[in-house]
Design a protein. Structure first.
Length: 274
C-alpha cells in the first residue's frame, strides 16, 4: 500500500492567522511559546522538533513541524513513532498555521491520526505604565519559587507525582525565565499562575483556580496582577493558550483585552490515550 501524499490543499480554515494582528508578531509569539514549553527531553528529526516529556502539558510531549525537512513524510513519521514507543508515550503532532510542509494536516488525517484539543492562541497589547490594580481586603498576591509552584498547581489539578516532577523539571531548565505567583486568602491558595518573559513578549501559563472557588473573580484578579507584573518588565504584548471550548476562561481573557490570534490542534492515533 502506498503512503498518503500531499496532493490535496490544506482544508482546515481554522488554521489561519487573524489579519488584525501583524503576522511577524504572531510568528514571534509562536517561537516564544515553543521556547517557554521546552522540556529537557527533546530532539530534532529532519525539521521536526520532537518532544517527549512525561509531564501533563502536551506542548512538551508532541511533534512541532517547524521545517519542511528533506526525507519523505512517511519515513519521518515512522521514525517518530519508534521514538515515542521507546519513551512509552503516544505519538502526538501539534498542527499550527506555521506547520510545514503545507498540507501536513490532511496528510496526517489520511494516516489515521485523529484531531483533538482545538486550542486558541489569544494575544493582547499591554498598556505601558498601567497601575497595579488594588487587592481586596484579605487577598494576597505572592511570588513562588518554580518548584513549589509546580507542586502547588499540581495539587490543585490533582496531577500525579510524576507529572508534577516533570513540570518542575521543565520550569527550572527553561531557556526563558518564568515567574510564578499565587493568590491566597487567609493562607489558602485560591488561584495561581505564572508568566514567561522573552524580550517584549510575555506568556501566561498554568492559570488555575481552585475548583471549589471558581466564579468569584479570582482568575481575573490574578491575571490582572500577572499582566501588571509583566508590564513592569517592559513587556508590550501578552499571549496565552486556551482550549477553544473553555468558554468561561475565554470570556475572562476577552475582558482583559485578549483576542483570538490563531488556532492550533493536535493529532494522534488514539485521542483517549493522549
Amino acid at each position: 500500500m502506498n503512503p498518503p501524499t500531499l496532493s490535496r490543499p490544506p482544508q482546515a480554515a481554522s488554521l489561519a492567522l487573524n489579519p488584525a494582528f501583524d503576522a511577524a508578531l504572531l510568528s514571534r509569539i509562536e517561537d516564544a511559546g515553543l521556547n517557554a514549553s521546552a522540556p529537557p527531553q527533546q530532539r530534532w528529526v529532519d525539521g521536526w522538533l520532537v518532544r517527549f516529556s512525561p509531564g501533563k502539558a502536551k506542548r512538551a510531549r508532541c511533534i512541532n513541524a517547524v521545517a519542511a525537512g528533506r526525507t519523505p513524510l512517511a519515513q519521518r513519521l515512522a521514525a517518530c513513532e519508534r521514538l515515542y514507543a521507546e519513551a512509552g508515550l503516544p505519538l502526538i503532532v501539534r498542527v499550527t498555521p506555521f506547520s510545514e510542509p503545507a498540507g501536513l494536516d490532511d496528510y496526517l488525517t489520511e494516516c489515521g491520526l485523529h484531531r483533538f484539543d482545538d486550542t486558541r492562541v489569544m494575544v493582547a497589547a499591554l498598556p505601558q505604565d498601567a497601575p497595579t490594580p488594588p487587592l481586596p481586603l484579605g487577598v494576597q498576591f505572592s511570588a513562588l519559587a518554580l518548584e513549589p509552584f509546580a507542586r502547588r498547581v499540581g495539587e490543585l489539578r490533582g496531577s500525579p507525582l510524576a507529572q508534577r516532577q516533570a513540570h518542575a523539571e521543565r520550569l527550572v531548565s527553561s531557556p526563558v525565565p518564568f515567574f510564578a505567583f499565587e493568590l491566597s486568602v487567609a493562607g489558602e491558595t485560591v488561584a495561581c499562575g505564572q508568566i514567561a518573559v522573552e524580550n517584549d513578549l510575555v506568556g501566561l501559563y498554568d492559570v488555575f483556580t481552585a475548583p471549589t472557588l471558581r466564579g468569584r473573580g479570582y482568575a481575573t484578579l490574578l491575571c490582572r496582577h500577572l499582566l501588571a507584573n509583566a508590564g513592569s518588565r517592559g513587556v508590550r504584548h501578552a499571549y496565552l493558550q486556551v482550549e477553544s471550548d473553555n468558554m468561561p476562561a475565554r470570556a475572562v481573557y476577552a475582558r482583559l483585552g485578549f483576542s483570538d490570534a490563531y488556532a492550533y490542534h493536535y493529532r494522534t492515533r488514539e485521542p483517549a490515550k493522549a
